[in-house]
Design a binder for this molecule. Sequence first.
Ligand code: SF4
Length: 376
Amino acid sequence: MSKQSDIPVAAWPVRIVAWFEKANRPMPWRENPSPYRVWISEIMLQQTQVATVIPYFERFLQRFPNVQTLAAADLQDVLRLWEGLGYYSRARNLHKAAREVMTARVGRLPETYDEWIALPGIGAYAAAAIASIAFGEPVPSVDGNVLRVCARLWGLRDPIRDPKVVNLVREKLRPLIGRVNPSHFNQALMETGALVCRPRNPDCAACILCPDCAAHRAGLVEVIPVLRPAPPVPHYDVAVGVIWKTGRILIARREDDRMLGGLWEFPGGKQQGDESLEQTVRREVREETGLRVRVGEPYATVRHAYSHFRITLTAFRCEWKTGQPTPRTSVELKWIRPGDLRLYPFPRANRRIGDLVMHEAAGKRRRSRTEAEGGS
Ligand code: SF4
């Protein structure tokens, strides 16, 4: 990576762009920044690190190389490819936006900030990032990294997530971005936030902004950015049932407009009052599917953290007793073979249970084949 001393002295926007042009990390979407590739990458990169995104991006582009193929795809296939990346509304909105591009815009992708922000799932940050990177429009994209860098650079002491601080940063950047390459300017600020001006232990000695940085000058790099204290994260105990009937198990598809919408799961829910987890699973299965089940041994307990809460999920082996599956809180219920679990998109905690069920079922099949061969 090029150092501060390699770059000639100039106004900081010129310096940071020169630094970025030497120091930027290779990323698949940077090799060929077509509007479609930039769009997909910017949506995937929201709340997600570059190293996590790269394999998802490559698989996604292989399967859906353009807006036409994405629009024509089944949402379930899009969610299946997205599985594990989290924040699934991003995938649902991408799919919805692709369809809108094909119908309302006859397949022509937007070009300007105003056109991009009109699509589903595109906020101010993504619209600015795509319009500047793919089309060179001089509009600042302000994400968490950029906010942190600018708060330190200008010595801003208000909490950086306040909308008025976000607006202030955007307005202060607006007259600067038009003087340099807008794509490289936005990416340079993001890259500085990711690599140099990190939340903890920023590398001020290597930072191209150091001569202009108010926080560094005032010895406030550990104080800025100011963050509001995060609210406590609630925890829930959840019980789900892996319900068996004649070699098949029951799965439920969540409603599209809920959290994890469109994904599949095992029926179940939160423990209430002083009920036991076995009572929870019996009640939840009845409420969600209309079935009565015999609750057996737990398969496993898994812990998972979402953005605003954490769960401890215990999955029980259940046997169907009576009733026809009737979706009451989901959109669809389906009896499937355990070996077909991989065909459906599942949230991470349910996937871990599904993998256990699949391996156990495969092990049983192997054992019974061996016994049959041994006995013949
Ligand atoms: S000098 Fe330090 S605090 Fe200032 S922008 Fe650079 S890395 Fe961040």
